[in-house]
Write a protein that binds this ligand. Structure first.
Ligand code: XMP
Length: 326
C-alpha cells in the first residue's frame, strides 16, 4: 500500500451532501476495482465494518460475502444483532462462525497484551482462510480500516493485518474508509441509510472484550466484563447517554480485593468503568456524569455481576491514558 496519506485536497466530511459525494465516488471506485468478482468482509458489527458492508452491499450486492466470527469476545447480544440486521434486514450473504472455544483455548494463560492481540489476529486470519477456501473465487478482502489506524503506531486493528494469509490466498485489499476519521464514518453511515442505532454505536476494538479482560483471559472474568458492560450500556441508554458519550465500557483487572456482602467477607474482582468523549480517538476526555447515576451503576454492577465486589471509575484523559487498558 503505497498511498497511505490522506490527500490534502480532501474536504472533511461533515454534511449529508459531502457524505453523498463520497459515497458516489466510492461506489464507482468499488465497482471499478471489484468488477464482477467476489469480495469477503470481516463483519464485526462495529461502526467501521458495518459502514463498509453497507457500501459494498450497495456497490456489488451478493458479490459480497460477510463473515461474522464469534470469537467469544463480543458484547452481550451482539452476534444475534449482526445476524438480524445484515442477514434478515439487509439481505446480505452472511456466514456466522462460532469460534468461541477455539479462541479461548488459544488465549488461555496468555497475559501479555500484544501477544493476546497477535493470537486473536492470527486466529482471525485462520478462520478467514478456512471460510475463503470454502467459497469459490474470492479475490478481494474488504476492511474497515480508518485513518487513525494508519496514523497511530502500534498494532491497532490487528485482525486487519492479512500478512499471514498463505501465498495462494493473497486477496487484494478493499479499504474504502481508510482516509476517514471516525466522525466522518458516522456521517457516511447515516447517509447510507443505516439505522441510527448502528451509526452512532460506539466503536469496539477488533480484539473485543479480550483487551478489557486484563492479563490472561479466564472465562469467569470474561463473563464479568460482558455482564458489567451490558449493565453499563443499558443504563447509558436509559439515561439518554448512548448517542452522547463516544465510548464507554468496563474493564476487569486481574487482581482481587476484599469486600463484604450480606455480612460475609468477599475476595473478588473490581470492575473499572471508562467513559470518554473524543472526535477522532487520538485524544480523549473523560465524560462528566451525574453522580447519582454513577452510584446507581456501581450498585447494579456490585449486586448483579458474579465475582465482583467493587467499582472503580477511570478519570484519566488520553493522554496520558489510552482509551483501552491494553
Ligand atoms: P486507544 O486505546 O489506543 O484506542 O486509545 C483508540 C481507539 O481504538 C480502539 N482500539 C482498537 N480497535 N483493535 C481495534 O479495532 C485494537 O486492537 C484496538 N485497540 C484500541 C479503541 O477502542 C478506541 O476506540
Amino acid at each position: 500500500m503505497a498511498d497511505n496519506k490522506r490527500p490534502e485536497s480532501m474536504e472533511r466530511i461533515t454534511t449529508p451532501e459531502l457524505a453523498q459525494a463520497f459515497i458516489d465516488e466510492q461506489l464507482a471506485a468499488l465497482r471499478a476495482q471489484i468488477g464482477d468478482k467476489k469480495v469477503l468482509l470481516a463483519l464485526s458489527g462495529g461502526v467501521d465494518s458495518s459502514v463498509v458492508a453497507a457500501l459494498l452491499i450497495k456497490a456489488v450486492g451478493k458479490q459480497l460475502t460477510c463473515v461474522h466470527v464469534n470469537h467469544g469476545l463480543l458484547r452481550k447480544g451482539e452476534p444475534e444483532q449482526v445476524i438480524e440486521v445484515f442477514r434478515n434486514q439487509m439481505n446480505a450473504n452472511l456466514i456466522y462462525v462460532d469460534a468461541v472455544d477455539r479462541f479461548l483455548d488459544k488465549l488461555a494463560g496468555v497475559a501479555e497484551p500484544e501477544q493476546k492481540r497477535h493470537i486473536i489476529g492470527a486466529e482471525f486470519i485462520r478462520v478467514f482462510e478456512e471460510e475463503a477456501r470454502k467459497l469459490d473465487g474470492i479475490e478481494f478482502l474488504a476492511q474497515g480500516t480508518i485513518y487513525p489506524d494508519i496514523l497511530e503506531s502500534g498494532p491497532v486493528k490487528a485482525h486487519h493485518n492479512v500478512g499471514g494469509l498463505p501465498e495462494d490466498l493473497q486477496f487484494e485489499l478493499v479499504e474504502p474508509l481508510k482516509f476517514l476519521f471516525k466522525d466522518e464514518v458516522r456521517v457516511v453511515g447515516k447517509a447510507l441509510g443505516l439505522p441510527d442505532g448502528m451509526v452512532y454505536r460506539q466503536p469496539f476494538p477488533g480484539p473485543g472484550l479480550g483487551v478489557r479482560c486484563v492479563g490472561a483471559i479466564t472465562r469467569d472474568r470474561l463473563e464479568a466484563v460482558r455482564e458489567s458492560d451490558a449493565i453499563l450500556r443499558e443504563e447509558f441508554a436509559k439515561n439518554g447517554l448512548a448517542g452522547k458519550v463516544w465510548q464507554y465500557f468496563t474493564i476487569v483487572p486481574d487482581f482481587k480485593s476484599t469486600g463484604i456482602t450480606n455480612g460475609l467477607r468477599t475476595y473478588d474482582w473490581p470492575v473499572v468503568i471508562r467513559a470518554v468523549n473524543t472526535v477522532d480517538a487520538v485524544t480523549a476526555e473523560v465524560a462528566e456524569l451525574d453522580f447519582k447515576l454513577v452510584a446507581h451503576i456501581t450498585e447494579r454492577i456490585t449486586h448483579e455481576v458474579k465475582g465482583v465486589n467493587r467499582v472503580l471509575w477511570d478519570v484519566t484523559p488520553k493522554p496520558t491514558g489510552t482509551i483501552e487498558w491494553e
